[in-house]
Design a protein around this ligand. Structure first.
Ligand code: ATP
Ligand code: LTN
Length: 337
């Protein structure tokens, strides 16, 4: 049996683009799980800067956000001693495997990706082939590390499924090469909705509808105060995502932040209106994010430390990635140098 088949712990891979601020959505949907999984799994967490350039980025902002995101990962509890933390563009194997996998991915499959359709509509003046083939690079990210689980929010399920399809196809054409990964999606917080429009996902490209990890308390209060609640006459804290999407989203956020379940939240606020519920949700998030923000600010000032983390991470990631890439090159018939 090869070393890969007898490894003790299952492996995890996930990543977030440094294309904006980390949000409450990315925290609840992804990062919080990443932290929780570190002891039980072999974890590899990435800052996917190559994915970020699928839409236009300002270079100075991209550099600043990439480092700030690393500081925020660590402040959230990702521990570079336990997990591999690295920057995607530092490990050249991602682009190389991405190319090969693109030759095993159908145009039709990529055309069905809802994130592509959404982003193409949003950036209608700049629909690049990179945006279209983005899920292929994501599949390469995951498959290079032979990941078993991919902790992401609900919106990424389709991409992880495509990754499985590509892996299965490649394994079928050649022989077992890739492990088949599965999406690992949290029960609570898998889809945090926008505070401005509770029928669409909270996303970093919608600054007013989203809470950022680094938002100051006053900002968090202001954003929750303006959160859209529902136009029903009931004015009561009751979960009903169909008829009361606004307050239901706030209940989910409060529950996820405090560890309560939805029923307990409803009971706690029984008889109180939105007016007293909204500040309570804001307070819960302020307290959840305060230590993270303070630690991230401290780490972000220590560039030497951040550099040591990403250098070490890239080195460890490359070792794993190179093994997979070598295997793939051999299978497709490339002559070793
Ligand atoms: P964009 O605005 O560019 O679409 P985004 O805000 O969706 O970005 P991503 O970088 O695409 O953020 O997502 C990072 C991770 O957080 C992914 O695993 C994604 O599934 C998860 N995530 C993002 N937004 C939410 C959300 N609102 N609820 C739950 N999980 C989310
Ligand atoms: N597509 C993801 C980011 C991403 C990712 C990955 C997530 C790129 N590569 C590999 C998990 C595993 C997003 O838009 N949030």
């Amino acid at each position: 049996m090869s070393e890969e088949n007898i490894r003790e712990k299952k492996r995890i891979f996930s990543g977030i683009q440094p294309s904006g601020e980390l949000t409450l959505g990315s925290y609840m949907g992804a990062i919080r799980n990443w932290v929780a999984l570190q002891d039980e799994y072999d974890c590899v967490y990435c800052i996917v800067d190559m994915h970020a350039i699928t839409v236009r980025q300002n270079p100075a902002d991209l550099r600043r956000r990439t480092l700030a995101q690393l500081a925020q990962y660590i402040a959230c509890g990702l521990d570079p001693k336990k997990s591999i933390l690295f920057i995607q563009s530092h490990v050249h194997q991602h682009a190389e495997l991405g190319w090969v996998l693109g030759c095993y991915t159908q145009f039709g499959e990529l055309s069905r990706m809802t994130q592509f359709k959404d982003k193409a509509a949003k950036h209608a003046d700049n629909i690049t082939s990179g945006l279209f083939t983005y899920p292929v690079l994501m599949a390469a990210d995951i498959l290079l590390y032979q990941a078993d689980l991919v902790p992401v929010g609900e919106d990424q399920r389709q991409h992880v499924e495509l990754c499985r399809d590509i892996a299965q196809r490649f394994n079928g054409v050649y022989s077992d090469t890739f492990r088949l990964p599965e999406a690992f999606i949290p029960k609570m917080g898998a889809r945090v909705m926008s505070l401005g429009d509770p029928t669409s996902k909270m996303s970093k490209s919608d600054p007013d509808g989203c809470i950022n990890l680094m938002d100051k308390p006053e900002e968090i209060v202001r954003k929750f105060k303006r959160a859209v609640t529902d136009s029903d006459s009931e004015n009561c804290v009751r979960f009903d995502s169909e008829n009361k999407p606004g307050v239901s989203n706030l209940i989910t956020i409060y529950a996820a932040a405090t560890g309560m379940d939805r029923e307990n939240v409803e009971q706690k606020f029984a008889g109180q209106g939105y007016g007293s519920f909204k500040p309570a949700v804001a307070d819960a998030i302020i307290e959840l994010f305060r230590p993270i923000r303070e630690e991230a600010e401290r780490l972000n000032a220590d560039k030497e430390y951040l550099e040591s983390v990403y250098r070490d991470g890239a080195e460890r990631a490359s070792c794993v990635a190179e093994k997979t890439l070598r295997k793939v090159y051999k299978k497709v018939g490339f002559i070793p140098r």
